[in-house]
Design a protein around this ligand. Structure first.
Ligand code: NAD
Length: 476
């Protein structure tokens, strides 16, 4: 069994303990939720240095990247919840039909109960704590399972969270696949999973046994179309930033470029120049470039360097798990680098003859988490948006749609199901309970629907309950 912050207690004990708190109504009040979210904010504020250090250990993540994508993004969700939770929690009154004119019809946002949040290693703070804000905001108890691969962050979070959150309602469970398999034998009321599509299927299968609803935040290959008319230097800057941030280990990073041969001739030198501006002549010496998380992933990404021809980079160092920011050209559709999610600092450029060919290429593959299109011509960006399908979309940049918390974030098809961030997290972790509170009087009107049925009443009943097309008369 993996370590937990509850000593030797079994997973069933932990789930039972949290369920007892949930059943006792401990997590329901606005005050409790706000206090826990505020405390989470305090955790981030008071432990910035320790978080930076843990991520440096795990991924050689530059403090700049940690502050931006691990701390600040969580802070945004903390603050959004603190600013808006009272409004989010309000019952939402809805339009009624004639039959219920004198009654109250509303949506009550109920917590699910005890939820399980399983995180991935590439943004190990962000991917655990952003969903947690939503789970707390919605009034749930939660068990958190950080990735065992980002070891220092796993240890830090399992030390810190119990010090800042109510231990009767929130728990951290550490461990790998075997431990998680055991954990999943327990009944949860919701499972929020971030990870690979393959493990996503395992999680969904385990959830199905208990009919537990899931959100799956998965990965895949995110295409990036670069149109001929693009300013190649600013395109190269934006592309390189989003591809090589966190050494390419980002679920929404552009995975490959689709462009014409002519654009490729301009883009490759521009990318070379950009990479030198970003990381100097030897990126291995740059304090601003991360490392691969472990040996297995290092070997996996290194093997992908054999696809096509190396146009930029290509160096690696096994000891420090360094892979240089690399651009590959002359790749074919069947090359390994075009088959699996790269999840490393490698950018293949696949040449196409036209926008139509690029769209056809995208649509022959699994639906990705994000699609990017660069063009000064809005019609081209619109065409990619209109004729493809993906979790999210960003025109003329990479990854930046993620920074807008009023946009839902999530995948579709092979890249997942369900959305979160900001209010979407609150909604994800809330059961939207449809409620009708009827008045007790006017029983005479109800007799119209009771047996023995009288055919003459059917018209009145339908008129009182059926929704009509706009502009149609609602009276018989
Ligand atoms: P992973 O699927 O290997 O692991 C994710 C989590 O599942 C970890 O906590 C791990 O311990 C657990 N796990 C692994 N095998 C398991 C098993 N057999 N049974 C039960 N639990 C198991 O993914 P990863 O390597 O940590 O992360 C990389 C993947 O995650 C990439 O595909 C990436 O695109 C995706 N990702 C998606 C998002 C998103 O928001 N959509 C964000 C980050 C990463």
């Amino acid at each position: 069994m993996g370590i937990s912050n509850f000593g030797m207690s079994s997973y069933a004990d932990i789930v039972g303990r949290l369920r007892a708190s949930f059943d006792a109504g401990k997590t329901r009040s606005l005050e409790f939720r706000l206090a826990q979210i505020q405390s989470l904010g305090k955790l981030l504020e008071e432990n910035k240095a320790a978080i930076n250090e843990a991520l440096l250990q795990d991924l050689n993540k530059p403090a700049f990247e940690t502050e931006l994508s691990e701390i600040s993004l969580v802070n945004t969700d903390v603050n959004l919840a603190l600013n808006n939770l009272k409004t989010w929690m309000k019952d939402e009154y809805v339009e009624k039909n004639w039959a219920t004119t004198f009654d109250s019809a509303f949506i009550r946002k109920d917590p699910f109960g005890v939820v399980l949040i399983i995180g991935a290693w590439n943004y190990p703070v962000n991917l655990l704590l952003i969903p947690l804000v939503g789970a707390i905001a919605a009034g749930n108890c939660a068990i958190l399972k950080p990735s065992e691969l980002s070891k220092s962050t796993e240890k830090l979070l399992s030390d810190l969270l119990p010090r800042y959150l109510d231990q009767e309602c929130f728990a951290v469970v550490c461990g790998g696949p075997q431990d998680t398999t055991q954990l999943l034998e327990n009944k949860f009321d919701y499972i929020f999973f971030t990870g690979s599509p393959n493990v996503g299927k395992i999680i969904m299968t385990a959830a199905a046994k208990q009919l537990t609803p899931v959100t799956l935040e998965l990965g895949g290959k995110n295409p990036c179309f670069v149109d001929d008319g693009c300013d190649f230097k600013s395109t190269a800057n934006r592309l390189a930033w989003s591809r090589f941030y966190n050494a390419g280990q980002t679920c929404v990073a552009p995975d490959y470029v689709l462009c014409t041969q002519e654009m490729r001739e301009k883009l490759v030198p521009a990318l070379k120049e950009t990479l030198e501006e970003f990381y100097g002549k030897d990126p291995q010496q740059s304090p601003d470039f991360g490392r691969i998380v472990n040996d297995r992933h290092f070997q996996r990404v290194k093997a992908l360097l054999g696809s096509g021809t190396v146009a930029i980079g290509g160096q690696s160092d096994e000891k420090t798990k360094y892979i240089a920011p690399t651009v590959l050209v002359d790749v074919t559709e069947s090359d390994p680098v075009m088959q699996e999610e790269i999840f490393g600092p490698v950018l293949p450029i696949f040449t196409v003859k036209s926008l139509d060919e690029a769209i056809a290429f995208i649509n022959r593959h699994e639906r990705p988490l994000a699609i990017y299109a660069f063009s000064p011509d809005g019609k081209v960006v619109d065409a990619v948006l209109a004729r493809t399908s993906s979790g999210g979309f960003c025109g003329n940049d990479g990854m930046m749609h993620m920074s807008v918390p009023t946009l839902p974030f999530g995948g579709i098809g092979n890249s997942g199901m369900g959305v979160y961030h900001g209010k979407f997290s609150y909604d994800t972790f809330s059961h939207h309970r449809g409620v009708l509170l009827r008045s007790t009087g006017m029983e005479k009107l109800n007799t119209l629907r009771y047996p023995p049925y009288a055919q003459r009443n059917i018209g009145w009943l339908i008129s009182a309950t059926e929704t009509k097309r706009k502009g149609m008369c609602n009276i018989l």
